[in-house]
Design a protein around this ligand. Sequence first.
Ligand code: SF4
Length: 344
Amino acid sequence: LEPGDQALDSGKPNSSSDLPLESLKKVLTEDSAAGKVKRKRAQTPLEKYYLKYLCVTDLSTQSWCEQQMVYGRELPQLQVPETVVLLNTGKSIHLARELEVHDVVRVHVTSREDSWAIKILNLLSVIPELQAGGCVRELPVFGVIEDVFLMGIIDELCYSATGELELRELKTRGRPFMPSGAQKKRDYFQVCLYKYIFDAMVQGKLKPDVITSHIQLRPEQPLGSQIREHAQKVGFTVTCFGDLLELMYLNLTLSDIPGIDCLKIEYSHQESNTLLGTEVVRFEEEKVREKAQHYLAYWKGQREVQGVEIEEAWKCQSCSYSEICDWRKKRAEGPEQRTVKKFV
Ligand code: SF4
């Protein structure tokens, strides 16, 4: 309680400047009527879409065109069918690759904590594999950037012949050639974010309370019976969600798993399943942070949504939302200059 609240609560003034209760009520009523009482602040996009966290792919998609990412969330039914087919085929290929190294087990969940427990168990179960120098696929990673919780799934982590920990991201393409520079830039940002989050995790920066406070989960929540049974099978005895969080924190920080040394993106052609090429990505922490800061400012309501800048207007030609795009219309109409922050 603030001192003023106390005065309202007890009906007694607590300083020389305090007014008696009836006078305070009168002042408040008059102020409200005169429109002086603060209006409710506008919702941030995170609040508007009821999001407690973002996916790494939300940010990488945003780096292609932020306005398109927003339309994709609000009007997914307008996406051209070819894009949907391409995405679904990509998902099937990823699942097939995961099944080459993991078994998929169905587990019944009874609470939000149970759903997150599965993600954490998936992570915990691959740590020994990584410690032993093995290769893991579909590794969940979590972290916080600019006070926003982010989640992602790393396609593959392996040790190279020289002992470096290598991240490999698989991108499948509908066309049998390498992507444009702009598409590569989006993919580079995605893998850099994975490294940023993963390295923070193994450096012990992801404390249990960071997860519970951002996602609003209860550490004392008992885990469902199927989750506890599954945890037992993979070697962990746990009763509540907090037990799993502690285990994750300890296992990550005491495991001696290094940070990621090398980032690689493999592009392959969906239909023929042939490798089109491999890109090695340079990680520049400062640039990644600056870029993430810019994109997260939109989610936190610190700036308006932006579309592509004039030099990238070619992106609008293949965009599912070009007919309805507000950004595009205003750019065509107005003398007003719209500027978009440019990253190289
Ligand atoms: Fe972005 Fe252009 Fe599509 Fe609008 S039309 S959403 S600016 S790509």
